[in-house]
Design a protein around this ligand. Structure first.
Ligand code: LMR
Length: 344
């Protein structure tokens, strides 16, 4: 086919550097964006789109739509009834051979709902997928876009560990915080947007999110007050979208894009091109067992979790605050993992 030859001509992904990827929750608003972008990544030879029967559009429809894109990737759909258990009911072909599984599942927080209640619901949903991955593709990197990320990632990583699997296969997607910080710095400084790279460390919710503006040279011209304002804006950015959508949803388009950036970094790494993105993983960068910081992905997945750079005085104080919040949320996730097991 003409287009395939064209890609080979440009020297993009060779056959040995092509991977199978699954999007769990692939028919949701975020999942569809993510599936669209991943289908255009020439490292992806096969894309599984998995969702529940009765999702907003059938997974089969999403896959059929994406299968018309002029990219080499084969797209296949899988759907299950809500009461099914993916570890036994999902056809093996959905996950077997996957190098990367991106999970965009779970319900948004309802007004008045505590984080603990949200964790119970969404960790239960994430666990169903993680359990199936543990059986079908235990070597795959699992990128979790499931809130509260700060607690769900420790919970799932601990469940993996309890089964003797590598907890660093479980990666929390925090790239949206970096995307937001970069864009806000661009708007404030006019520096070339593709040269801006603000590392965002800590976690992915409220004050646990800590953008390190001191590490981006374009921010040198910004006053401390301006940096503090941008810090607050990054922390509140999710709520900004909920408000603009009049309560009818939260980030979907930008979150799908952020998931794609993380997914592409993982695939680049697997193909031998070490690539660094911020992500929330099991960590020894601080005294906390989980922490978001720049992570280099390589041929075996997480290759290096970078130590923290030298922070300025404001960031040093903020780090103390972020860690305190994060510690409580990690504990909540680990407690969840004590009460349950993966059955594979
Ligand atoms: C965000 O940061 O916008 C997402 O995690 C979605 C949300 O509910 O906040």
């Amino acid at each position: 086919m003409g287009n395939c030859q064209c890609f080979e001509g440009f020297g993009l992904a060779s056959k040995k550097d092509s991977f199978k990827v699954c999007i769990c929750g692939g028919a949701t608003s975020i999942g569809q964006q993510l599936a669209l972008l991943m289908a255009t990544n020439t490292f992806v030879k096969e894309l599984s789109v998995y969702d529940l029967e009765g999702s907003m559009v059938p997974a089969e429809g999403v896959a059929a739509d994406l299968s018309h894109l002029e990219f080499p990737c084969r797209v296949k759909a899988y759907s299950l009834p809500a009461q099914a258990r993916p570890v036994k009911d999902l056809p093996a072909a959905c996950l077997e051979g996957c190098s990367l599984v991106l999970v965009t599942a779970g319900v948004p927080r309802k007004p008045g709902q505590s984080r603990k209640d949200l964790l119970q619901v969404n960790a239960g949903i994430a666990k169903l997928v993680v359990e199936a991955c543990a059986k079908r593709c235990p070597e795959a990197i699992i990128g979790l876009i499931v809130n509260p990320v700060n607690s769900v990632v420790p919970a799932m990583a601990r469940l993996y560990e309890k089964k003797g699997l590598d907890p660093r296969r479980i990666v929390g997607v925090t790239t949206l915080d970096v995307v937001r910080a970069n864009k806000f710095v661009y708007e404030a400084t006019g520096a070339p947007v593709d040269s801006i790279n603000v590392p965002v460390i800590g976690g992915h919710a409220g004050k646990s999110v800590l953008p390190l503006f001191s590490q981006e040279k374009a921010c040198a011209e910004l006053s401390l007050e301006h940096r503090q304002f941008l810090d607050q804006r990054v922390q509140d950015a999710g709520a900004e979208i909920v408000k603009a959508k009049c309560g009818k949803g939260s980030a979907t388009l930008s979150l799908g894009y952020a998931g794609y950036l993380l997914g592409s970094a993982v695939l680049n790494g697997l193909a031998g091109n070490r690539t660094t993105e911020c992500a929330y993983v099991k960590s020894n960068v601080t005294e906390l067992p989980f922490f978001a910081s720049p992570v280099t992905f390589g041929p075996r997945g997480v290759d290096r979790v970078h130590q923290l750079p030298r922070l300025d005085t404001y960031e040093t104080e903020r780090l103390k605050e972020a860690k305190q919040i994060l510690q409580a949320e990690i504990t909540m996730g680990l407690e969840y993992a004590e009460t349950t097991d993966l059955v594979i």
